[in-house]
Design a binder for this molecule. Structure first.
Ligand code: C2E
Ligand code: CA
Ligand code: CA
Ligand code: CA
Length: 278
């Protein structure tokens, strides 16, 4: 096994050569993490603005590192993307999500789990097949999942992305465009993509109670989504004022620290009971 690097402030420095010893070392550390259960999927609740009911949860990966403590995804997901390791990671994440779904279901909680996909995943022609095998193994329907894809991941190679997304959609997965409004998306592609949901980026949502422009962007995005027959979710809802504004604007769903932070899956049921009793 790999020699562990000493704990430092930055796990991954993008300026470092792809073939460097440091890269190889971090890669084997990440492999080790997957094999030895150091990765965790946290769940963040997704709620219906109309009545406050819990409709789903987004799965967000965490690395419980033995030396560094909790490593946030932005410190290893971009690295995993660059090295291609994300393909293994996504398969692990999806399977873990299927396990969580089954357990929550058995506890009487039926919801849709949103799983994040990256650029490399969309270029993986075998992804739909890998997911199908996993669903069969866990006896979970594809309709239990929403797959979140960013605009930039799609625009990297639109033809190939479209092929993968068409297949996934035909299998029964819902598809969502994450961070909507921050990449260069093309409305022409939006029309052709088999998407079900737009997810408004938190950079527009977080300050919308104070910023008129943010509010206009959020309003327009909600209208655009509804005009295209898509549902719309706002992320980054940090206070009750934003919740109320989004309700007024007819936004469908919301996620944010105001309602619930990403939490260990084992805490989700207790959170949901508390939320329902509030
Ligand atoms: P994202 O998909 O846009 O996820 C939303 C991020 O916003 C999460 O950060 C979440 O914890 C945070 N967030 C949620 N509500 C609020 C809020 O009210 N206020 C603020 N300020 N932030 C909020 P996190 O978990 O650190 O994840 C960061 C990014 O890492 C994600 O952005 C996603 O791009 C990536 N990521 C996380 N988990 C996965 C994964 O399983 N697979 C892949 N491919 N990427 C992942
Ligand atoms: Ca996401
Ligand atoms: Ca997002
Ligand atoms: Ca984001």
């Amino acid at each position: 096994t790999a020699k562990r690097r000493a704990a430092g402030p930055l796990l991954y420095d993008p300026s470092i050569d792809a073939a460097s010893a440091q890269t190889l070392s971090l890669l084997s550390e990440l492999r080790h993490a997957v094999d030895h259960g150091e990765l965790r999927l946290f769940l963040q609740p997704k709620l219906a603005l109309a009545n406050g009911s819990v409709v789903g949860a987004e799965t967000l990966v965490r690395w419980q590192h033995p030396l560094r403590g909790m490593v946030p995804p932005m410190q290893f997901i971009p690295f995993a993307e660059q090295t291609g390791f994300i393909r293994n990671l996504t398969v692990w994440i999806f399977e873990e999500a299927a396990r969580h779904w089954t357990r929550l279901q058995s506890e009487g909680i039926t919801l849709t789990l949103s799983v994040n996909l990256s650029t490399r995943d969309l270029l993986d022609q075998e992804l739909p097949q890998k997911f199908a095998l996993m669903l069969a193994r866990h006896c979970v329907p594809a309709t239990a999942f929403c797959l979140e894809i960013t605009e930039s991941a799609i625009m990297d190679d639109p033809q190939r992305a479209l092929l993968t997304l068409d297949r996934l959609h035909a299998q029964g997965f819902s598809l969502s465009i994450d961070d909507f409004g921050t990449g260069y998306s093309s409305l022409a592609y939006l029309k052709r993509l088999p998407v079900d949901e737009l997810k408004i980026d938190k950079s527009f949502v977080m300050g919308m109670e104070n910023d008129q422009d943010d509010r206009k962007i959020v309003r327009s995005t909600i209208d655009l989504a509804h005009n295209l027959g898509l549902s719309v979710v706002a992320e980054g809802v940090e206070n009750a004022q934003i919740w109320d504004l989004l309700r007024e604007l007819n936004c469908d769903h919301a996620q944010g620290y105001h309602m619930g932070r990403p939490m260990p899956a084992s805490d989700f049921r207790a959170w949901a009971e508390q939320w329902d009793a509030r």
